[in-house]
Design a protein. Structure first.
Length: 150
C-alpha cells in the first residue's frame, strides 16, 4: 500500500525538476542586451534620420517596414553605438547574429514604439541583419547587412 508521502513527494520532485529545467532553458536564450522602449512622438523625423547616409560615428536609426531594413549599415569596431529602431507598419523583429557582438541581438519592434539598444565590442566582419517575426509574403527578403570595419 502506498503511503501519502508517495503521492506528495514524487510529484513535488517532478515539478521541481521541470521548473528548474524550464528556468535553465530560458536562461540559455537570454542575453545581456538592454532594450529601452519609448512611445513614438514623431515618426516622420525618425524616418528622415534613418534615410540619410548615417556617419559611422553617431547614433544609428533603423526604420523597419515591409520588407526592408533600409540600406546596409557600416560601423567601426571598438566603438559604442546607440541604435534606435522603429517599425513604420506592422511588427518586425531585428536580428543580428551572435558572431557580431558575442551575444545575438533580437529586438521585437511593435508599432508606436521606438527601441534603443547599444551595440559595442563589434567584431570586424559582414553580418546579415534579418527579421525573425513573420511579417508577410516577403518576410524572408527582409534583410540587410551590418559591415563592421577595423
Ligand atoms: Cu519583418
Amino acid at each position: 500500500m502506498k503511503k501519502l508521502r508517495d503521492y506528495i513527494l514524487l510529484p513535488a520532485i517532478i515539478l521541481l525538476a521541470l521548473g528548474l529545467g524550464f528556468h535553465l532553458l530560458k536562461s540559455l536564450g537570454e542575453t545581456n542586451l538592454k532594450v529601452d522602449q519609448f512611445d513614438i512622438i514623431d515618426l516622420t523625423d525618425f524616418e528622415k534620420k534613418a534615410k540619410i547616409n548615417q556617419p559611422s560615428n553617431e547614433d544609428q536609426y533603423i526604420y523597419a517596414r515591409q520588407w526592408s531594413w533600409g540600406d546596409e549599415i557600416t560601423l567601426r569596431s571598438g566603438r559604442k553605438y546607440i541604435v534606435h529602431l522603429a517599425t513604420g507598419d506592422i511588427a518586425h523583429s531585428f536580428h543580428l547574429p551572435a558572431k557580431a557582438m558575442g551575444d545575438p541581438v533580437d529586438v521585437l519592434l511593435l508599432p508606436g514604439q521606438i527601441y534603443r539598444i547599444i551595440l559595442q565590442d563589434l567584431k570586424p566582419g559582414i553580418y546579415p541583419i534579418g527579421c525573425t517575426e513573420y511579417c508577410g509574403i516577403e518576410h524572408n527578403k527582409m534583410r540587410t547587412r551590418l559591415v563592421v570595419l577595423e
